[in-house]
Design a protein around this ligand. Structure first.
Ligand SMILES: *Cc1c(COP(=O)(O)O)cnc(C)c1O
Length: 372
């Protein structure tokens, strides 16, 4: 009899756990830094709409009750906003939950799942947890090489993940390219387009040109799943709410593997309130655009190259192993994200913060790089 580790499912045995950004409290415990800024998890620096606190307070007297497992009200609100029927929506405990539901509904240990190099860490995680084979396709200019990903699809491929824009690179695919990619997928492949940052990337003024809303293609492609989240532009990362838009058939299948009460009552109420406050959403997107401009101007001043990003974060090449720079930044009270695990050992991913936070980050980066 060996160790209990040997009893683990083969895919799980070799799995590296997801590395979250360092919490502020942990930095205080480690180094006694109490006025730190956290630009490590692509969180919204404005926080959620003030209407959220009110909505959550109203839920408090009902906490003994199970949440509405069908998410009727939130689905109704989303349905109106997105102009899709509620049967096309699947709610999740964050969109990570929805990504996993999609994989569990469709992928078995015999199947292959295709995703890009430097792509979001959750794709290999959910793939390998099922025991399926992940096929990582080399990136092109840091972004998804859609032509190469198409070539990587075989008879065994059951799912393809496309992050648009991608995290941690911030790269995006344009409408014509992505639509051609979806159209070229064989019928036995489910295409998941992860649009966690679509509110930023698709914004008419502050977004990037040619950014598609893949949900528009659902009527044409029944094998398409589009995922979104309330964690980023809506500032609700702590409450965990995301959703998928798909054909009703796909939603029905994902619903079969869903935990009955996967989204809690506070999260349901908060998401509904956040969705209604479009002014707050707009404000956050404008703050992000200003902050992105300030950060990238700072990188240019320091002579650092960065990957242009359509999200609320940007990956900068610090020209040396970034783990050591990350550690030194912690001593200056600035938490960013090393992305060596994504195959980018010289990059740091920096989330866009408020003006003072961005400035503090650039100043600390300048000092750390000068001292090295
Ligand atoms: C942040 C992020 C998500 C969403 O995570 P949640 O589980 O909704 O908090 C999904 N995809 C990508 C690419 C992300 O960066």
């Amino acid at each position: 009899m060996g160790t209990v580790t040997e009893l683990a499912a083969p895919g799980v045995r070799t799995l590296q756990p997801y590395q979250p950004g360092l919490p502020l409290e942990e930095l205080a415990r480690r180094y006694g830094v109490t006025d730190a800024v956290k630009l490590a998890s692509n969180e919204n620096p404005l926080g959620p709409s003030p209407r959220v606190a009110e909505a959550v307070r109203e839920v408090l007297p009902e906490l003994a009750r199970y949440p509405d497992g069908g998410g009727f009200r939130l689905k109704g609100a989303l349905s109106g906003r997105l102009d899709v029927s509620p049967e096309m929506l699947t709610l999740g405990n964050g969109s990570n939950d929805v990504l996993e539901l999609a994989a569990r509904a469709f992928v078995t240990a015999e199947d292959e799942v295709v995703y890009s190099q430097h792509a979001f860490a959750v794709y290999p995680l959910v793939t390998r947890a099922i025991g399926a084979s992940g096929v990582e396709v080399p990136a092109r200019d840091w972004g998804h090489d859609l032509a190469a990903m198409r070539e990587a699809v075989t008879d065994r491929t059951r799912m393809v993940f496309v992050a648009n824009p991608n995290n941690p690179t911030g790269t995006w695919s344009e409408a014509a390219d992505l639509k051609a990619f979806v159209a070229a997928m064989p019928e036995h492949v489910i295409v998941v387009v992860d649009e966690a940052y679509s509110e930023y990337a698709g914004h008419p003024e502050h977004g990037v040109a040619g950014y598609p809303d893949a949900a528009q293609w659902l009527a044409e492609y029944p094998n398409l799943v589009v995922t979104r989240t309330f964690s980023k532009a809506y500032g609700l990362a702590g409450l965990r709410v995301g959703y998928a838009i798909s054909s009703p058939e796909v939603a029905d299948l994902m619903n079969r593997v869903r935990q009955p009460f996967n989204v809690n009552s506070a999260a349901l109420a908060a998401a509904e309130a956040a969705l209604a406050d479009t002014d707050h959403l707009e404000k956050g997107i404008a703050v992000n655009a200003e902050g992105m401009a300030a950060l990238t101007a700072g990188f240019e001043r320091l002579g650092l190259s960065y990957i242009p990003s359509a999200g609320n974060f940007v990956s900068v090449d610090v020209g040396r192993p970034a783990d050591a720079v990350y550690e030194r930044l912690l001593h200056h009270g600035v938490i960013v994200r090393p992305v060596g695990g994504a195959g980018m050992p010289n990059h740091l991913r920096i989330s866009v913060g408020l003006a003072a936070e961005n400035e503090r980050c650039i100043t600390a980066l300048e000092r750390v790089l000068a001292a090295a």
